[in-house]
Design a protein. Sequence first.
Lengths: 716, 73
Amino acid sequence: MSPEPAPASRSRKLIAIAGNPNTGKTTLFNVLTGSRARVGNYPGVTVDRRIGEAIIEGIGEVSVLDIPGTYSLVAHTAEEQIAIDAMLGLDGEPRPDAVVICVDASQAVRGAYLALQAMEFGLPVLVAMTMMDEAGKAAPDAVRMAERLGADVVPVVASQGRGIDQLRLALRKRLQATEQRTTWRWQPSDWLQGRLTAVLPALPAAWPNNQAMALWALMSVEDGDELRGIPAELRQATKLAPDEQKQVDSEAIAARYAWLDREIGPLILHAPDRRRSEKVDKVLIHPAFGFFIFVVLMLGLFEALFVGAEPMMRGIEDVLGACGSWLKHVLPDGIFAHFVADGLFGGFSAVLVFLPQILLLFTFLGLLEDSGYLARVAYIMDRPMRAMNMHGRAFIPMLSGFACAVPAIMATRTMERRRDRLLAMMVIPLVTCSARLPVYTLIVVSLFPAGRVFGFLPTRGLLMVSMYVFGMLSALFAALVLSRLLPPLRRHGLPFVVELPPYRRPRLRDVLLMVWDRTRRFLLDAGPLIVACSVVLWALLDFPRTARHPSQDWDAAIAQAAPTDRPQLEAAKESERLQQSFAGKLGQFIEPTIAPLGFDWKIGIGLIGSFAAREVFVATMGVVYGLGPDKGEESVSLRDKLRAEKRPDGKPLYTPLVGLSLLLFFALACQCSGTLAAVRRETGTLRWPAFLFVYTTTLAWLMSFGVYQVGRALGG
Amino acid sequence: VSLPEAPLKKTVLVQAVEGSRAFRRRIMEMGLVPGTHVRIVAAAPLGDPLTIELRSSRMSLRRAEAAKVLVRG
């Protein structure tokens, strides 16, 4: 998680690449660096910091930094602040020796706005005019644009590698130039000038002391912003009345656009030809067709995650299981072999089993994003999502949550604001994931009769569907409540202004690089925690290796028994061992807290085991009840065992009411080490996963408690 | 009038941008400054948000926020 260290010797030059979103910045970065990037995190925020190496003739090897897409250097949130920090070399960031601003050739005026801002700071700016092929006649003449702008403009088509040599040449020139001057294309009014002069002395010593920095502070610093490293003195100096704030913003922004419209605007001789994209949009965001296609696409995504990933997941488990068995066979028998084969390989399997869904979801997301459709998904789903104070982009992560919360939580990265990401992460685990399905099936089929409601609706089927609806509703309800109660999740006045970029053919290479990046970082960042959890759980369930207080001499009994009776005795021995294991002790220890929900300590063991993954509950219960570990949710003997289990007073333990209580507990409690590890990785803190665990477990306990106690009072 | 009141697909001229500072700054920096031509292209399948076109690019804007943009026919 640690940020990439700044180059110790600044002999190696640094080039930063910035620009509006959807301007082909990442493609240009990949082409310049040969796709070899080191990916880290900016300190304090979970935004990728990608840095790579490129060769510039006459200069040698240089570092290239990919700055997240932005429309402006002005910042309100910590995420937006990255652009200014990275471009100016503030807050521990190395100062770039050249800044390449990517300007979409068909959006030259708006793209040049960012270049104008950077030049006001005196940054060594170079404009890469991207997607020249798409712009066609709409692209302004590069030579004349360069003259007017006062910075080199290099036309490129990064996806085809065109113009890259010229860009390298211009970079070389830029890096060798020494002159550095600030360029303002507009004259602040006397009033604004007075304000800027007043702010200058309050700027921190480490910041450049110029008017551009003062203007940045006036436009960025305000009550309720989320900026880092703003001293109180500067806060004081930038305090403005609300109408003064608007006056500053209006003056600066309007003056820059007035210059751009006057100088750059006339260079654009033709409007870009968007007919193809508009035709596609006519269908894709059409009130009826558009919605239909949207539903079909989302069902496809869901199907792929839910069903398509299954064989791969099974394959991974089988291969790792076989490796474990082989190791057990090869290694000298003992605790070490046991640890490696079961504990460690179980842990690896617990991590790798997430890979198929991560690969599928991120490939899909990458294709949607780069084609421009992801912005339309947010657009189509904004209305319903907003009702829960969520962002339209939270829809795909929520939908993916039906398959598995782990990739779903990783997918929240497609949202730019931390608040939106956090809220989605806090509620996605409530959505019914596929790992809960075996548990639900076991409980529903064992404890509820196969009858029909109203004569035609199957009771069990109805109950299963109800659990899915319940999960969805509780997620939506939690979003509504959390976004009102918790300050970091509260809805700010942050606007929903989303660009709908033209449809483009995604570049498979860029998508696969992104997928590889995500996968690698999941393995490295979340993997160790999942393995550690898995090993701890394995140790709890598997130690001590033999029951302390055996009810009989099992080995002797097994040796004497007829071969056909042996498996049953083995299972009974293992059941007694598990009941006396650390997990068994822990189950008995927590029994007082779960007894009011109708659970006994044996269910407690199952709950502890399910922490590794929810479906483990089924296998654990199989062992607890002496049926061996390979009983699935379809096992008839496990169902019979559950139905036959009695409380000390002779009444049946598993009544439909206990079943309902157990279903609700599983629906709500975020008992999943993988999910918690993913949240830790995405938020960069332990605070949020801890909060998630505590709030969902409390909610689950209260819900089960209420239902069980009320049900008992009613005679259930 | 405010932008959502403008007739569908009719190009209008931005006169003023009101609303919260964050919204104002964001949308103005994306090029929607007074004097810019803008038109509503469509509404989302569920009625909100709107697709608007300005400076030959398209973006989506919620009705409540678009109401803060004052335009002239």
